[in-house]
Ligand binder design. Structure first.
Ligand SMILES: Cc1cc2nc3c(=O)[nH]c(=O)nc-3n(C[C@H](O)[C@H](O)[C@H](O)COP(=O)(O)OP(=O)(O)OC[C@H]3O[C@@H](n4cnc5c(N)ncnc54)[C@H](O)[C@@H]3O)c2cc1C
Ligand code: SF4
Length: 562
């Protein structure tokens, strides 16, 4: 029997990452009483280690096997889940998921800390445009989103001003400009690449729009270029919901953070077809507990929120809560990010230094396939952008030893790398379901994930490598190498679409305000609702949509519809 809290809240928000943080801030600052259920433990700057050198760690960050013992999946992103940060991540053994034997899928970036993935994210913050929201109208594949750019634009403005995004305005319809802080500037490799690729190919490479401050904002300091944002930031110079939106919500006095609370299912008042609360497991005591509210918002990350809905199946909704359409769990999308290229610009390399400032972002090449002014590309639908890194380093791999080696290692290396991020089409047969045979340590049935590359992704991967090689050559790079690997099983941590939005309740789970069509006081405000997964990184849009949906929720409450 689950113990129940007596306090009644207005809203329960599940998950404190990018979406949950904004939901709590928006609602609590407006006066609603919010309970924030977060599976992870609290985050604090005492956990941040961006200034800790590896030699201060017990294993010098050189023993990945130690991390692999408990996090064999998460540690595959070794640059973010390592000896510094491993305990921010889910224990893969205790909280597994399954896949069919022939469809491996790495579900990476599963955090268990206040702030969720925003603790370790890459911070790339790009707007979508009507080329994305109305992509189905352009090429006939899939469904349009139930909103367009003009509906979300004011919310992009609002979120960007608060988050703090450094960027350069380019005036492009396909990648709308935002409310930018001053740009961090380009280094010489980036400037040369940008100019030559524009001149010779007409493509735009811009400073990556990134959630790193260049000016103080709300008590957060500007970035001081130390580098490893994925280990935290004591000056709060990158955006992490733990020390921004969630902190603001708590400061309002209207939000209660309940940590180590693993939501199991949404509880229903069947007579009135209303969500009445959430059943969760206390991860420390393993005791089940119930909490009640007027409305429930799931923000636990796409697959996690969908898992909660599927585990909430009851006699009225036998296939999962709010799943009268049968669409819940289907149309899983991620991003292709397994292709790209690298080259060198030896003439541009400065003398290497161990204490040089490190710019925490590079440049971004804007999508150019299947855009206005060009005939449709024959090989695939939609498109991709590139995230680029410019590295100046010592020649650590120099051969030899002694005096000759000491000299060779100081030879500067200037490497420039491009990684394509490509749109994955929504397909019915990429889906998640509950694995009835397997439970996590808390007794909650786990997900089984079915996902594979389609023909469109395979053709795109090949083209990403080819165009990376062409652009590096156009920019004058030497020693060019390209790569085109299958995307699966190592998908980018940008999953979306498993409870998609749409105007037709027979073909979608959520409406344009991420309110379930079936149950009026139940919302899902993470990327589950994405109708397609444009190649731009998703989080800025997750946050903007979430604020818009919270405003709608409050309007509905005022009108007593909820
Ligand atoms: C390494 C990495 C780099 C990335 N880089 C970028 C980037 O450059 N740009 C970009 O746009 N996006 C990036 N992303 C993705 C970005 O982090 C996510 O899109 C974003 O954080 C998703 O927000 P969310 O609110 O859906 O989930 P999250 O931020 O993941 O938060 C979900 C929260 O819910 C909690 N939770 C989960 N299940 C439960 C449960 N059952 N009960 C209670 N709580 C639960 C989790 O503990 C977590 O705190 C990156 C992700 C990773 C891992
Ligand atoms: S590089 Fe900038 S944002 Fe990143 S951790 Fe260092 S100071 Fe913070």
């Amino acid at each position: 029997m689950a113990e129940s809290t007596t306090q009644k809240y207005d809203v329960i928000v599940v998950g404190s990452g990018a979406s949950g943080g904004w939901a709590c801030k928006r609602l609590a600052e407006s006066g609603l009483k919010v309970a924030l259920l977060e599976a992870g433990r609290p985050q604090s700057s005492a956990n941040f280690s961006e200034h800790t050198p590896a030699f201060e760690l017990k294993y010098r960050n050189l023993a990945p096997e130690i991390v692999r013992k408990t996090r064999p999946i998460q540690s595959q992103m070794g640059d973010v889940c390592n000896e510094y940060t491993q305990d921010w991540f889910v224990n893969d053994i205790e909280e597994p998921y399954t896949t069919p034997a022939d469809k491996p899928f790495n579900w990476l970036g599963r955090l268990r800390m206040t702030g969720g993935r925003t603790n370790v994210w890459g911070r790339v913050s790009l707007r979508f445009s009507d080329w994305d929201f109305k992509a189905a109208s352009h090429d006939g594949y899939g469904e349009d989103w139930p909103i367009g750019y003009k509906e979300i634009a004011p919310y992009y403005d609002l979120v960007e001003k608060y988050v703090g995004i450094t960027g350069m305005a380019e005036g492009l319809e396909e990648l709308p400009d935002g409310q930018f802080q001053p740009p961090m500037g380009l280094n010489c490799q980036e400037s040369v690449f940008r100019d030559r690729v524009k001149q010779k190919m007409g493509r735009t490479a811009t400073l990556t729009r990134s959630a790193n401050l260049t000016q103080s904002l709300n008590g957060r300091g500007p970035c001081h270029y130390c580098g490893p944002c994925e280990r935290g930031c004591v000056t709060k110079s990158y955006f992490n919901s733990a020390f921004t939106t969630v902190a603001d919500a708590l400061k309002s006095g209207n939000c209660t953070l309940i940590s180590n609370a693993m939501a199991f299912k949404v509880l229903m008042d069947a007579d009135n077809n209303r969500a009445r609360g959430v059943l969760y497991i206390d991860r420390i005591t393993r005791a089940p507990r119930e909490i009640q509210a007027r409305a429930v918002i799931l923000c636990a990350q796409s697959q996690e929120s969908t898992r909660i809905l599927l585990n909430s199946a009851n006699s009225q909704y036998p296939n999962g809560l709010a799943n009268s359409s049968g669409v819940l769990g289907h149309y899983l999308m991620a991003h292709v990010r397994s292709a790209g290229g690298r080259g060198e610009f030896p003439e541009l390399a400065p003398s290497p230094s161990l204490s040089a400032p490190i710019k925490p972002l590079g440049i971004y090449i804007v999508r150019f396939r299947n855009m206005k002014g060009n005939p449709p590309f024959k090989k695939f639908l939609r498109g991709y952008g590139f995230e680029c890194d410019s590295n100046f380093d010592f020649n650590w791999g120099a051969p030899g030893f002694g005096e000759a080696y000491k000299k060779a290692i100081r030879e500067p290396r200037a490497e420039f790398s491009l990684t394509g991020f490509g749109e994955v089409l929504p397909r019915w047969d990429n889906f998640v379901e509950i694995d009835k045979e397997v439970k996590d340590v808390y007794g909650i049935p786990v997900l089984k994930i079915h996902m594979s590359d389609g023909e469109n992704e395979k053709a795109m991967i090949k083209d990403i490598a080819e165009s990376a090689g062409e652009m590096l050559a156009a920019a004058g790079a030497k020693n060019i190498r390209t790569r085109a690997n299958p995307s699966a099983p190592r998908w980018a941590a940008h999953e979306a679409g498993v409870a998609r939005m749409g105007s037709d309740p027979k073909k979608s789970v959520l409406d344009q305000f991420q309110q379930t069509h079936d149950i009026k006081n139940l919302f899902v405000m993470d990327a589950s609702g994405f109708t397609s997964n444009p190649c731009q990184n998703p989080t800025l849009t997750i946050m903007a949509l979430c604020v818009r949906s919270c405003d709608h929720l409050m309007d509905e409450m005022k009108r007593s519809n909820i």
